[in-house]
Design a protein around this ligand. Sequence first.
Ligand code: HEC
Length: 148
Amino acid sequence: MQKTLIALSLIAATATAAFAADDPIAVRKALMQSNGAAAGLAAGMMKKEIDYSPAAGKAAIAALHATAESFGEFFPEGSDMGADTKASAAIWENPEGWQAELDQFKAAAAAATEASGRAGPADLAAFQGAVGPILGTCKSCHEKFQTR
Ligand code: HEC
């Protein structure tokens, strides 16, 4: 009985892993949702709805940086199909333009990570200066490469 349960849960775990690896649309959407959450934290602190702390500032920047570094991996040929994606066909039709947007996102996130140092940006003004350029890349890329 015990053994059957273990075997079944192993099968379930393997099936989930295979599903995630085979579904780049689900991965890139989840990455963008984490982007949305980090941008929400950043905006909340900038609007003073959430108290600023260097640790929280650093966490928001780290999450944005992680997405910037990985997002581009999840756009294999043909994954513009399906009801589930808002990725525009322009990503595959204009690979240089797409790469340029990805590079801007990565460069802004890398610069912000550098600026945030070990402890995170010291105050709200420093945080704003670091994170602002990353947030500027959201709209620019969505306008060109996300369908509405
Ligand atoms: C390099 C281009 C690019 C940049 C930069 C970018 N996005 Fe996106 N984003 C996309 C694309 C493409 C999609 C659509 C993905 C899909 O549906 O397959 C998307 C989708 C989203 C979604 C919807 C996710 C879902 O569940 O459908 C959110 C939220 C989002 N982006 C937030 C952000 C925020 C916040 C930023 C800036 C910090 C940002 N994005 C920067 C390209 C980008």
